[in-house]
Design a protein around this ligand. Structure first.
Ligand code: NAD
Length: 502
């Protein structure tokens, strides 16, 4: 039905020009800096609209509005009233599903078949899931003895941390932003969001949903802008921000950590990855190929949990490479609204240049290109888009950049291994530690190998299967802290221990 909506005209032509706006204290505004940038549809390079760049005044106004909300109605609400409102936000996203879907696909160029199953439903689910956590959370109590024999009671109260800065990336814009905003609000905080400059629309649209269902003004604020010397930097170093949660590149995380250090406040970081898949000869090969196809190429490879290093037991190496090649070559580039589209474009021309620089680097590093390696031929009406070929390499040395650095494109390097021990060592050999996938039908091996992966999440015989109650985050340089389920309490609340002498 979604595709029928767009059957007649491409998405980029069927919608009027859309300018983004800041959402501060419950109102949309273009701000006062007079600065803005153009937002392009990555599918054909057409102009979507302009995005205002926030400065000190906008960040200040948003942080002030958020504090006022905490002191006002929002801060006084019972947890049931608060979570009912967030449930209504989820319903409102679902009610306006097509608008959110259209906005997300305009900004990112990703296929609607993907965003309608992942991005938008998960964006709504993030509000529902954390309301359950907030309503059922318990705290600890320690009765203690005292010299006078009367004793004392310690119990902990969980209170909102305050104003949370949310800095989000462009690859799954609504999903990753609400993954932070959902728990932050459910637990009683107020937020100021700085969405990625590439994908401003769904964060803006969410402001309308907040107003529609009656979330008090100042609870959810959006300030658009860039990172350094712009809204991102100003927000993360703002003295009245009480915590910074960030999803994005590891290098950006380093900068944000420095910025957040002024005035001391906690950070929660979900950062980059260079995730391995280990495929043993005893794996179900059909499933391993299908899973690796998704983990390497879905969302045009722009998934933090995606696989860019594949290690295959030598016995099945040639067959695996041949089958993944066949799969990669079957992915047809196309418009988001076309149901036969197998792969969308990269998010921007800049990102395309970055990924292509790694494609060139692969050749310099002596890799064999099994398939892809460049820009695909696309119809004339898509020529302005940031298209890229799904790419598979073999034969690069273990210290090659393409084997160690996060590329964030639809590409992977496949290398054979001979023993389990070697596979584990290779998998753990980068400074990243976000995710891993292990493919084997041997039960003992599955548990043994998974338990030795230096990562935040390891899948066995699957990929991207996510239970939102579980701890999510990265090991090593892939993150700081865990979010998800009760683990989100750690960052979004402050524990006050109350000691009562009896
Ligand atoms: P990015 O780090 O370039 O940007 C992310 C956000 O940070 C943007 O909103 C940007 O404007 C902002 N920013 C940049 N510099 C800043 C600064 N100095 N101060 C404050 N804000 C600043 O990341 P991206 O390119 O948007 O996203 C892709 C990256 O995100 C990849 O590295 C990917 O692995 C990672 N990622 C991680 C996860 C995870 O859960 N671990 C999920 C998705 C994406």
């Amino acid at each position: 039905t979604i595709h029928q909506l767009y059957e007649r005209r491409p998405l980029s032509q069927s919608s009027a020009r859309r300018d983004a706006a800041h959402f501060i204290d419950g109102a949309f505004t273009q701000g006062t800096t007079g600065k803005s940038w153009e937002n392009f549809h990555p599918v054909d390079g057409s102009l979507i609209g302009r995005v205002p760049e926030g400065g000190r005044a906008e960040v200040d106004a948003a942080v002030t509005a958020a504090h006022a909300a905490l002191r006002g109605d929002w801060g006084r609400m019972s947890v049931v009233e608060r979570t009912d409102l967030l449930g209504a936000v989820a319903d409102e996203i679902n009610r306006r599903f097509d608008e959110f879907l259209e906005a997300e696909c305009l900004d990112t160029g990703k296929p609607m078949s993907l965003a309608s199953h992942i991005d938008i439903p998960r964006g709504a689910a993030n509000f529902k899931m954390f309301t359950d956590v907030a309503k059922t959370v318990a705290t600890e109590c320690f009765p203690m003895t005292t010299p006078d024999g009367a004793g004392a009671l310690n119990y902990a109260l969980r209170r909102p941390r305050g104003v949370i800065a949310v800095i989000s990336p462009w690859n799954l814009p609504l999903l990753l932003m609400t993954w932070k905003v959902g728990p932050a609000l459910a637990l009683g905080n107020a937020v100021v969001v700085k969405p990625s400059e590439e994908t401003p629309l769904t964060a803006t649209l969410l402001g309308e949903a907040m107003n529609k269902v009656g979330v008090p003004r100042g609870v959810y604020n959006v300030v658009h802008g860039l990172g350094p010397n712009s809204a991102g930097e100003l927000l993360t170093q703002h003295p009245r921000v009480n915590g910074v949660t960030f999803t994005g590149e590891t290098r950006t995380g380093e900068a944000i950590m420095r910025q957040a250090a002024h005035g001391i406040r906690p950070v929660s970081f979900e950062l980059g990855g260079k995730n391995p898949a280990l495929i043993f000869a005893d794996a179900d090969l059909d499933k391993a190929v299908e899973g690796t196809m998704r983990s390497a190429f879905s969302n045009c490879g722009q998934v933090c949990l995606g696989t860019e290093r594949v290690y295959v037991e030598r016995l099945i190496f040639d067959e695996f490479v041949a089958r993944l090649k066949q799969g990669a070559e079957s992915l047809r580039p196309g418009r988001p609204e076309d149901p036969s589209t197998g792969i969308g474009p990269l998010v921007s021309k800049e990102h395309q240049a970055k990924v292509l620089s790694y494609y060139a680097r692969a050749i310099e590093e002596g890799a064999t290109v099994i398939t892809g390696g460049g820009v695909p031929k696309v119809p004339a009406d898509l020529a302005g888009g940031s298209w890229i070929e799904p790419t598979i390499w073999t034969g690069a040395p273990d210290n090659a950049a393409i084997v160690n650095e996060e590329i964030f494109g639809p590409c992977c390097h496949i290398r054979p291994f001979d023993t389990e021990e070697e596979a584990i060592e290779l998998a753990n050999s980068t400074p990243y530690g976000l995710a891993a996938a292990v493919w084997t039908e041997n039960l003992s091996r599955a548990h043994r190998v998974a338990s030795r992966m230096d990562v935040g999440i390891c899948w066995v015989n699957s990929w991207f299967l996510r239970d939102l109650r579980t701890a999510f985050g990265g090991a090593k340089q892939s993150g700081i802290g865990r979010e998800g389920g009760v683990h989100s309490l750690e960052f979004y609340t402050e524990l006050t221990n109350i000691c009562v002498k009896l």
